[in-house]
Design a binder for this molecule. Structure first.
Ligand SMILES: [Zn+2]
Length: 320
């Protein structure tokens, strides 16, 4: 019997998976009917609790490792944060000792916050590291600008802050849109949200620059130049992202929006903005703009027609 049990236990995995021969199957089943030991072996094999235990143990190991690293990085974050406090304290004492009150201390404090936002924040945050680091860095830089502006008695804060915000949005928006926690909220509209963020921060910056430099001169010129350019960018984006057609038609759409808004730019610059543009030394070659716009139309039409023909030919092949 013992000899037979060894043989049966060798064959049991094949039997369980149903890949043994009919003859072996018959022998195994006859043996199982008589032998409770081998019967138990088979039920253990079928029992998935072993697999579950292994998975559970594996997850426990991974979790404890993750916790360990989180603890370590939080500790490193606290240490770096502590180191940052030393110059802050030194400056506080020196500033209080030498001056009548706290003046440049706040500049040092804000500057250290900028550094801390890049080093301490990613170490301390348990999740959404990228999001919190980028937003806290942006906030710290704007705070630094505000403190410097107040300290120097300037009136340039809004211009500098909105320009910084626009620049950092250009840099950060794509990363933020594709990472937690923003990713889920945007689902299928990431490109749209990024373009929206660019346009909104650009408009905010231009408004602040206009209010700072003199609205009467600035806004007509800025609108006639930036307006068509922003519209062109949206036209190209819409063509690439939302046009349900092949690549040729999409590129044709890009050329078409370039032509429409290039032509618009040409018209606006000729009718009015030229005066204010020349006042600030900006000269726009409007004749060459018109020529380029016509060439753009030609290329767009060619690409779209070619794209449609190729699309129809492919569709025809599929149907045939
Ligand atoms: Zn047996």
């Amino acid at each position: 019997m013992k000899y037979e049990c060894d043989m049966i236990s060798d064959l049991l995995p094949l039997y369980k998976d149903g890949i043994c021969s009919e003859a072996s199957k018959k022998i195994i089943e006859e043996h199982l009917a008589e032998c409770p030991t081998c019967g138990k072996m088979l039920t253990d094999m079928n029992d998935s609790t072993i697999d579950e235990t292994i998975v559970k143990e594996k997850n426990e190991v991974i979790n404890s490792q993750a916790k360990f690293f989180k603890k370590k990085s939080a500790l490193a974050g606290s240490i770096v944060g502590g180191i940052f406090c030393v110059p802050i304290l030194v400056c506080l004492i020196v500033n209080l000792a030498t001056g009548a009150g706290l003046t440049w201390f706040f500049i040092v404090l804000a500057a250290i916050l900028v550094a801390a936002s890049l080093i301490v924040v990613p170490l301390m945050m348990p999740k959404n590291k990228l999001f919190t680091t980028m937003t806290s860095f942006t906030a710290a830089v704007i705070l630094l600008l505000a403190v410097c502006c107040i300290y120097s008695g300037g009136n340039w804060f809004l211009v500098a802050a909105t320009a910084t915000l626009f620049g950092l949005t250009m840099l950060f928006a794509p990363f933020l849109a594709y990472n937690e926690p923003v990713k889920e909220h945007l689902s299928n509209h990431k490109g749209l949200a990024i373009m929206g963020a660019y346009t909104a921060t650009f408009a905010l910056m231009m408004t602040c620059i206009g209010l700072h430099t003199g609205p009467a001169k600035f806004f007509p010129m800025a609108l006639s130049i930036a307006g068509p350019l922003v519209a062109m960018a949206w036209g190209m984006f819409a063509s690439i992202r939302y046009l349900k057609a092949n690549a040729l038609v999409k590129i044709g759409g890009c050329f078409a929006s370039y032509s429409v808004f290039g032509w618009l730019l040409d018209v606006l610059v000729k009718n009015g903005a030229t005066k204010s543009a020349s006042l600030t030394g900006v000269t726009v070659q409007s004749n060459s703009l018109a020529v380029l716009s016509v060439i753009g139309f030609g290329i767009a039409a060619l690409l779209i027609i070619l794209g449609i023909i190729i699309g129809l030919a492919k569709g025809g092949k599929k149907n045939a």
